[in-house]
Design a protein around this ligand. Sequence first.
Ligand code: NDP
Length: 342
Amino acid sequence: MPPERRVGFAVMGLGRLALEEILPAFAECKAARPVALVSGSPEKARAVAAQHGIAADSVYGYDEVARLSENPAVQAVYVVTPNGRHRDNVLAVAKAGKHVLCEKPMANTSAEAREMVEACRAAGVKLMIAYRCQYEPFNREAVRLVRSGELGRPRVLEATNTQVQGPADQWRLKAALAGGGALPDIGLYCLNGVRAVLGEEPVEVFARIVNPQGDDRYAEIDETTVFMLRFPSGAIANCAASYGAHESKDLRIRLEKGWIDLENAFAYRGQRMRIARRKGDDEAVEELRLGAKNQFALEIDHFADCILQDHEPRTPGEEGVQDQVLMEAIYRSAREGTPVAI
Ligand code: NDP
């Protein structure tokens, strides 16, 4: 698509994800281009604008978001700020009349998330939550294969997302800005991933949190959260998120007539998928090969296409609300030590 017909995005919050993944991903987009920045660091923003061919007068501060309404080149804003800022940021963008792509987790609470959905509806703008794995080809194939029924009914799923957390002086360890710890940051991929694969909603959750003793980093948030989800079909998902264990981001699905192992399911790259199919008393194992694609570019292009063609995104605000509701139930279960019905 020629540049002038592509959807113009403002990127809000120039931190690690925006600088290392999102802005570079625009180079691989077919329907989107970066045209503005919103940042609290004007000097950094000017340098980033120059690097990405964004006009110097299209750099805004957080208190200038209303002025986006005067810039017709901006059709959408990608919110990439800390979780606890998403609600205010999304409300401001909606008020400026721009479509919003908001990073995960959507917000700190389900009440905030509902407010965001309502604000975007009232403003007549689209809201999508950036669940990048739902745009990643191997994850898509896992969803397709499970839902096709070819391997029978799914019975047991295992989703793990672990990565060792850094030092204490960062927003991810502060409840007000992060909304929680390992659960909303990385466990959310397990939660959203198993819901996507099964295409149904859990009816019960059961969770445990384990925090290391005497580690100040986990005074406010969870280090390790393990949770079980029971689905109406009878499928069970065991999920684990931890800031204490070496990186692993895998999804394993056990079905009546086979299994699917998706290594690095929740990573930026490096997915590897093996599929086993029962053959009589034996099984045939196949490794699936798919071309490498940038999942951030696929996700951004999906939202751009939704704007151009007036479609509802695959992962709308309501999808984020549901995950917030479930995360609240997971925390409640861990607190009370009992299963919680949804
Ligand atoms: P960073 O801390 O690296 O960057 C956040 C940026 O937000 C800052 O650089 C700053 O940019 C801006 N900001 C605005 N208000 C604040 C504040 N009060 N404190 C700190 N920064 C602030 O975070 P990440 O880039 O890692 O994460 C940003 C969002 O993206 C989070 O919601 C996170 O969950 C999500 N994320 C998603 C991933 C994915 O794979 N989809 C992976 C990593 C993160 P500026 O100086 O320009 O204002």
